[in-house]
Design a protein around this ligand. Structure first.
Ligand SMILES: O=P(O)(O)O[C@@H]1C[C@H](O)[C@@H](CO)O1
Ligand SMILES: Nc1nc2[nH]cnc2c(=O)[nH]1
Length: 313
């Protein structure tokens, strides 16, 4: 009887539907490929710069793009196939020019899963960057401090991440693998480059930033709601120091493509772990205000690190 019911799972309809699913993935993958090519061609039509460095600015951190010399600002709306940025604090421009002498492309505003973009589209700009020559990526984000020793305004060098969105199946590399970018099963043993992290911590110390520089683990959720206390306690208990709604999917795609990655979390609020707390709940305004208040320090840190790396990029 048990064998009969197992066999009955294998109906012709089911066989057809799994074939259809594979076919659908293949078609989607072709669409992804065409979209990335379209975006890349559109960017290349607008610039002669061959950037070696890519930067992604988090919420309220777009000021980093103002550090770029001889900037060429391309609004996302003018790039064929590039989605709109819908989040406050994300201007929606690609800024190309020189940071500390290094040819750089900077995303002044990122794409998030909660805006309704699928994981592959959220990370599409990373592949575009790779195709135009970027080998090193610096990512920044605004995040909540799960580690209760952290304060608002602290800057955390990301030493590892927990890609919780990816773990729930919304992984940017799902679907047929594009061997042009990287292998089917990329290792994520060292997602954030050891040397770059060391350089970041050393530079922060030299700049007198020791009182607010940290090193820890970032956990990425889909958002857009902030966490419940029980979710926060859970995330802290599995080793996360900060929590946010971005970054890990981008870093996975960058590492798949062989880029070196450095990441920073700006702690914009301390996450509330207590049930029925009277503490003020987080708001996006608070996130942007805190990020703005500390932005100049992070800009100086990134600019100085890039200056030190200039001869190697
Ligand atoms: O783009 P990031 O990750 O810096 O933005 C964070 C996460 C949400 O987009 C937003 C929540 O306030 O800030
Ligand atoms: N998920 C999440 N994202 C954030 N971005 C900035 N602060 C937070 C936070 O507390 N939680």
């Amino acid at each position: 009887m048990a064998a009969m019911s197992l066999l009955s799972f294998e109906t012709p309809e089911r066989r057809r539907s799994s074939v259809n699913l594979a076919e659908m993935h293949r078609k989607v993958s072709q669409i992804e490929h065409d979209e990335i090519q379209k975006v890349t061609s559109s960017v290349l039509e607008k610039t002669n710069l061959c950037p070696k460095l890519g930067i992604i600015c988090g919420s309220g951190l777009g000021g980093l793009a103002n550090e770029i010399k001889d900037p060429q600002v391309i609004p996302y709306a003018e790039i064929e196939g590039f989605p709109k940025c819908t989040v406050q604090g994300h201007a929606g421009n690609l800024v190309l020019g020189y940071l500390s002498g290094v040819p750089t492309v900077c995303m002044q505003g990122r794409l998030h899963f909660y805006e309704g973009h699928p994981a592959w589209l959220v990370t599409m700009p990373i592949r575009m960057m790779k195709l135009i020559g970027v080998e090193t990526l610096i990512v920044t984000n605004a995040a909540g401090g799960l580690n209760q020793d952290y304060k608002s305004g602290d800057v955390m060098v990301i030493k590892d991440h927990i890609n919780m969105v990816g773990m729930t199946g919304h992984h940017p590399l799902v679907g047929p693998n594009d061997d042009k970018f990287g292998p089917r099963f990329p290792a994520m043993t060292v997602p954030y480059d050891r040397e770059l992290r060391h350089l970041a911590l050393q530079t922060a110390e030299e700049l007198g930033f020791s009182s607010f520089i940290r090193e820890g683990v970032y956990l990425s959720l889909s958002g857009p709601s902030y966490e419940t206390p029980s979710e926060s306690i859970f995330m802290r208990s599995i080793g996360a120091d900060t929590v946010g709604m971005s970054t890990a999917p981008e870093v996975v795609v960058a590492r798949h493509a062989g880029m070196r990655v450095l990441g920073f979390s700006m702690v914009t609020n301390v996450v509330i772990l207590e049930l029925d707390s009277d503490a003020i709940p987080p708001t996006h305004q608070e996130v942007m205000d805190t990020a703005n208040a500390r932005a100049k320090d992070l800009q100086l840190l990134v600019k100085t690190i890039v200056g030190k790396l200039a001869s190697t990029l």
